[in-house]
Design a protein around this ligand. Structure first.
Ligand code: DGL
Length: 271
């Protein structure tokens, strides 16, 4: 038995962990942020896969039986290979889930026009995972996507509310909407983006901006109900441990802002 592992390249996954804590407070969690090597968004498939696998194996060593990749880039570029090639051979009883599937299963339900937009990192966009997965669940929906390579650095450095930061957010938002004026739902397909949701909402009207946190928490809730054999392996003492591959001090300062409350972190070595 062990805690539920929650992984992100940096701070973004804290927006997902927060929703887990609110909706599933009984479980123990270990959050791991690979802050020393963030951002993953512009890195190659091989690099994202290697970093993600190292992080997943680290969380397995800490006793996690179930891990959520609370990072779209890692979910898009590494999850399938881990699920299909690594787990069956090395960890047949452990589970790794991502954030892509829960979002793509639901996003179509929110659109009236059947035209939706995806904002994400370059890696997620290039993987075309959202196009492929949404098409499986909602073949009638037309999807446009846009990579926003500057957003994660802006958010991690708390520069998104500056004049320059807002200029980039608005430019990219407009660029996506110009691709298809019928878009009525935009999925924020990066776990960092809920931080800029209020800013984005002030820039567009009549378009629903959809963060993933609640969707992913609901999906985990359903998963644990359906898979009692996994649920039984999750310890339930309501504790949360925060681990980072960069300094604890950096994580505590910036992470508190993403998580919405003060946190204590510990530095660990990955790879
Ligand atoms: N939070 C990650 C995501 O959801 C991206 C951050 C990064 O570029 O490392 O895609």
């Amino acid at each position: 038995m062990g805690p539920i592992g929650v992984f992100d390249s940096g701070f973004g996954g804290l927006t997902i962990l927060k929703a887990f804590k609110e909706n599933l407070p009984q479980y123990d969690y270990i959050y791991l942020g690979d802050n020393a090597r963030t951002p993953y968004g512009n890195r190659s498939f091989e690099t994202v896969y290697r970093y993600t696998l190292e992080s997943v194996e680290y969380l397995f060593e800490q006793g996690c039986e179930l891990i959520i990749l609370a990072c779209n880039t890692a979910s898009a570029k590494a999850l399938r290979t881990i699920q299909q090639q690594v787990l069956p051979k090395k960890y047949p009883n452990k589970k790794v889930l991502g954030v892509l599937r829960p979002s793509t299963e639901l996003v179509g339900d929110f659109s009236k026009t059947r035209h939706i937009g995806i904002l994400a990192t370059e890696g997620t966009v290039k993987s075309e995972s959202y196009l492929i997965e949404i098409n499986k669940f909602f073949p009638d929906i037309i999807v446009q996507q846009l990579a926003c390579p500057i957003w994660v650095p802006l958010i991690e450095n708390n520069l998104h509310s500056t004049e320059g930061g807002k200029w980039f957010l608005e430019r990219d938002l407009k660029m996506l909407l110009e691709k298809d004026e019928k878009i009525d739902v935009i999925l924020l397909a990066c776990t960092h983006y809920p931080i800029v949701l209020p800013l984005l909402q002030s820039m567009v009207k009549n378009v629903l901006l959809l963060p993933q946190s609640q969707i992913v928490a609901d999906s985990l809730m359903q998963y644990l109900k359906k898979h009692q054999e996994v649920e039984n392996l999750c310890t339930k003492n309501s504790t949360i441990i925060f681990l980072t591959s960069d300094t604890a001090e950096n994580f505590e300062t910036k992470g508190s802002f993403f998580y919405g409350e003060k946190i204590k972190a510990k530095q660990v070595k990955l790879g």
